[in-house]
Design a protein around this ligand. Structure first.
Ligand code: ATP
Length: 353
């Protein structure tokens, strides 16, 4: 499996290094044929190449079997004309990674903030309110006058149908429950289309129980009773916000693993951002990117029929849980270890399992 590794900004390099320590452990344990290629995006790329992402990286990513992308700064990269391109958008759009799969669950040994739960947010990843990716040319945000601004939200039936199918396929491997999260009471046209498309696809899966919840009510329900939910399908911005909440409810945003998947390609990327407030301090929780990498290995293993990759992904998952249980974890989940030592403890556990 060829993997392109891009560490990113803020805590990105720290959690990427930690992820590689864990990845080497599963490679050794399961004799995985891994071929890792390393490159740069974000500030490191800007410094070396004058742009936050070189266009040629898209070809490299497409040729690889998967990408590991560390979090990158998204606030400061504003002017694409000056080479300030959002790397996350660049790969998601460039490789048509339409499904953002964000599982959140509670862990043994970590007192959950709202009790035990295990759900997956399936977020549409290529359109919606994301101004930098929802137009063929130009940008979906318009400054009409210095004091009047408009943001355009694009919803297309084809994108709704394919994300709905991804959610239903996932639900068939889980508890066969899908919740559609939307705001069709206000956004009647766009979210009306989203809900209709989800229901249309779900009709192909009579075993699945479907319900629909307004996004604002969802914020209350998921805090009140997260066990009610299994697979939650929603549009881009709602999914981004909801999955930060579910990750934090599971214990920490640092547990937010996420996979960006398309028909042909996939990219592991933590659910959170570059966390500049804790960058360089060796306190960031690497679990998010390790869990994302576990999802990538599982995706590749299932796609190619290579069970050892699926087993490696599961081993990473189990090792994270065991580490939290043993207190061999970062401070956000009740431990006292640094980022690097947490990963080394995890690697040791995997090798000795
Ligand atoms: P960006 O501008 O890149 O989105 P941000 O700081 O606005 O960065 P996040 O990076 O998502 O947003 O961080 C939100 C909060 O969660 C911050 O307090 C951050 O320190 C914390 N956080 C995020 N990731 C982790 C992690 N892996 N481990 C521990 N804390 C984290």
């Amino acid at each position: 499996m060829r993997i392109l590794v891009l560490p990113g900004d803020g805590i990105g390099p720290e959690i990427t290094d930690a992820t590689l320590v864990a990845l080497e452990a599963v490679r050794d344990r399961f004799s995985l044929p891994l071929d890792l290629r390393h490159d740069v995006v974000g500030y490191a790329s800007q410094k070396q190449h004058g742009t936050t992402v070189r266009p040629s990286l898209l070809d490299d990513a497409r040729k690889a079997d998967g990408v590991i992308l560390g979090p990158t700064d998204s606030l400061e990269f504003r002017d694409e004309g000056k080479g300030e391109i959002n790397p996350s958008k660049f790969f998601r759009k460039g490789m048509d990674l339409f499904a953002n799969i964000r599982p959140s669950r509670t862990y043994a040994g970590l007192p959950g903030k709202v009790g035990e739960f295990d759900l997956v947010v399936v977020r549409e990843n290529t359109e919606g309110f994301y101004a930098d990716r929802n137009m063929e040319a130009g940008n979906g945000e318009i400054l009409v006058t210095p004091d009047v601004a408009i943001s355009l939200r694009r919803i297309t039936r084809v994108c709704c149908l394919r994300i709905a199918r991804a959610a239903c396929e996932l639900a068939m491997q889980r508890s066969r429950r899908v919740t559609i999260v939307h705001k069709a009471n206000v956004l009647k046209v766009c979210d009306g289309m989203f809900v209709d498309a989800c229901r249309e696809v779900a009709a192909d899966y009579p075993e699945i129980t479907v319900d629909a919840v307004l996004v604002d009510a969802m914020m209350a329900y998921v805090v009140r009773d997260p066990r009610r939910f299994d697979v939650v399908v929603t549009t881009n911005m709602f999914g981004d916000i909801l999955s930060d909440l579910t990750a934090e409810l599971s214990g920490s945003l640092g547990l937010g693993g996420s996979l960006n998947a398309g028909a042909e390609h996939a990219m592991a990327q933590a659910a959170h951002g570059s966390a500049p407030d804790i960058a360089g301090q060796d306190v960031a929780n690497p679990s998010s990117l390790i869990l994302s990498t576990a999802l990538l290995l599982g995706w590749y293993g299932r796609r190619t029929g290579k069970d050892d990759f699926v087993a490696a992904g599961e081993a990473l998952d189990r090792a994270i849980e065991a580490g939290i249980s043993a207190g061999e974890a970062t401070r956000d989940v009740g431990g006292r270890l640094g980022t690097r030592v947490t990963a080394e403890a995890l690697a040791k556990r995997i090798r000795s399992a």
